[in-house]
Design a protein around this ligand. Sequence first.
Ligand code: CMP
Length: 224
Amino acid sequence: MQDATIVAELKRIPLFAKLDEHTLASLSDACQWRRVPARRPVILQGDVGNSVFVIIEGRVEISRLTPEGEDVFLAERGPEQHFGEMSLLDGAPRSANVTTLTDCRFLVLDRGMFFHVLRSNSELAVAVIMALAERLREADSQRGSRDSVRDKLVAYLRREIERQTGGTPYKGAEVKLGLSRVEIAERLATSRESVSRELSALAAQGAIVVNGRGVKVLRPEKLQ
Ligand code: CMP
């Protein structure tokens, strides 16, 4: 890729948008682009971390292996978001597994370059700190969540509808869930049976029609 094209591509990423031309140019010299097909590991929990990843295209899942050997879902990340910064910041092993959900293209920065741009640009440092703070809030709210399975499922459906249609639920909106009931249950910290029960209840109330891994919205007001 031409340098100018790389710089233009870097500028489109909010994390780097405020970097000056000089920093962007050195970043474009030092970064690597990596394509990884769907359902492949990108980061393995416990490994030494030497690079940070910015997602250009695709989606990844972040999960953590418990001491009992259970793989627990932590988060899903998509374009313009980053991961893999924690090991670089604190020097500890990778805290989680990161696996591609779809075909992905990443921008990969090594430790030296990451610290160079971080030190030379307070905007970038603030953006990284803000992402860490947001993550801590998410973790706190998940831990303290007293939401019912129905509330969590409705919030999950709304998020998927917004992501796939670009707007709030509307009559006739059709979305693919892309996940099995077990995977949805993991994300909502509940059981597969509860997910199936609540999906059936929403269908019985005429809010949605469930069709395998897809859902069609019939009464958007029921998904508030
Ligand atoms: P690192 O520990 O280097 O490698 C795994 C990455 O997963 C980690 O950096 C973070 O970028 C990301 N990560 C770890 N825990 C969470 C979480 N709870 N939510 C979102 N991302 C996480």
